[in-house]
Ligand binder design. Structure first.
Ligand SMILES: *Cc1c(COP(=O)(O)O)cnc(C)c1O
Length: 248
C-alpha cells in the first residue's frame, strides 16, 4: 500500500517524466513546448489524488463521465482547476456538466451540437469545443467519420455559442507507430480543409491528440493538447471499455 506521501511522489515524478517526454518530442520537430498543453485525463482518479497535481500547478484536467465530473468538480472547488469534458456525451447529460466545464472535446454529431447550443443560450454563455473525428475507423470509437467532418463543421458553425477550437481524435491502439501516425496525419489534413472554409465561430488552430502511449507521435504531427492519464496516475481501476464501449 502506498501512503499519501508515496502517492504524491509517484504523481509528481510521473508529471516530470511526461513533461520531459513532451519537451523532447517538441525539440525533435522544432516546436515550442509551450505550444503543447498537457491535459490530465482523470477518469477513475480520486479527487484527493487529482488535487496533488493541481497543487503542483497542473490545472488542466479532463473527465469522461458527467456524474463523475460533477462530483469531482464540487470536491475540487477550492482549486482553480480548468475542467474539460473528453468522454462520450449523451444529450441528457449536457445540463449536468455545462456549468462546470470550459471546453468539450467530443462533439461528434449535429444533434449534440444543437442541444448544447440551446442549453448554452438559456444560460447566456458560450463554450469552447472540439469536433471529435474517428480517424482509426474502429467501431468502438466515437467521433464523426473523416468523410463527414467538413459537413459537421459547416453545420455546427451556425451555432454562435459554440466556439470551435479544432479537432480531437483517439489514435489507433496499435504497437505499429506508422499506423498510429496515419490517424494523426489524417486529423491534421481535415483541420486544414476545414480552416480553408473560413467558417464563422471556427478557429481551427488546435489539435487534441496524443495519450500516454502515443503522445510523441501526436506532437510530431502537430498536437496542441495531449490528454494523458495512466502515464501520470498509473493504471486505472476500471477498464476503458467502461468508458468507451457504449457502441455508437
Ligand atoms: C482515458 C483517456 C485518455 C488518456 O488515456 P491514457 O492512455 O491513460 O493516457 C485520453 N483521451 C480520452 C478521450 C480518454 O478517455
Amino acid at each position: 500500500m502506498m501512503d499519501n506521501a508515496d502517492v504524491e511522489r509517484f504523481v509528481i515524478d510521473n508529471l516530470i517524466r511526461v513533461k520531459s517526454r513532451i519537451r523532447n518530442a517538441c525539440e525533435r520537430v522544432g516546436r515550442k513546448p509551450a505550444d503543447v498543453k498537457l491535459l490530465l485525463a482523470t477518469k477513475t482518479v480520486d479527487a484527493s489524488v487529482i488535487s496533488l497535481a493541481l497543487k503542483n500547478g497542473d490545472l488542466l484536467i479532463g473527465e469522461n463521465k458527467a456524474q463523475e465530473l460533477k462530483h469531482k468538480a464540487e470536491e475540487l472547488k477550492e482549486h482553480a482547476a480548468n475542467i474539460h469534458f473528453i468522454g462520450h456525451l449523451q444529450t441528457n447529460k449536457i445540463k449536468t456538466i455545462a456549468a462546470w466545464v470550459s471546453c468539450i472535446h467530443s462533439v461528434d454529431r449535429l444533434e449534440l451540437a444543437q442541444k448544447l447550443h440551446s442549453h448554452l443560450q438559456s444560460l447566456g454563455k458560450s463554450m469552447d469545443i472540439f469536433l471529435q473525428v474517428n480517424t482509426s475507423g474502429e467501431v468502438s470509437k466515437f467521433g464523426v467519420s473523416p468523410e463527414k467532418a467538413l459537413q459537421l463543421a459547416t453545420l455546427v458553425s451556425r451555432y454562435d455559442t459554440l466556439k470551435v477550437k479544432g479537432l480531437m481524435t483517439i489514435g489507433l491502439f496499435s504497437a505499429e507507430a506508422e499506423k498510429v501516425r496515419e490517424c494523426f496525419k489524417l486529423l491534421k489534413s481535415i483541420k486544414l480543409k476545414i480552416a480553408e472554409l473560413g467558417l464563422p465561430n471556427t478557429e481551427m488552430n488546435e489539435l487534441s491528440m496524443g495519450m500516454s502511449n502515443d503522445l510523441e507521435i501526436a506532437i510530431e504531427e502537430g498536437s496542441t493538447i495531449v490528454r494523458v492519464g495512466t502515464a501520470v496516475f498509473g493504471s486505472r481501476r476500471l477498464p476503458d471499455s467502461y468508458y468507451w464501449n457504449e457502441a455508437p
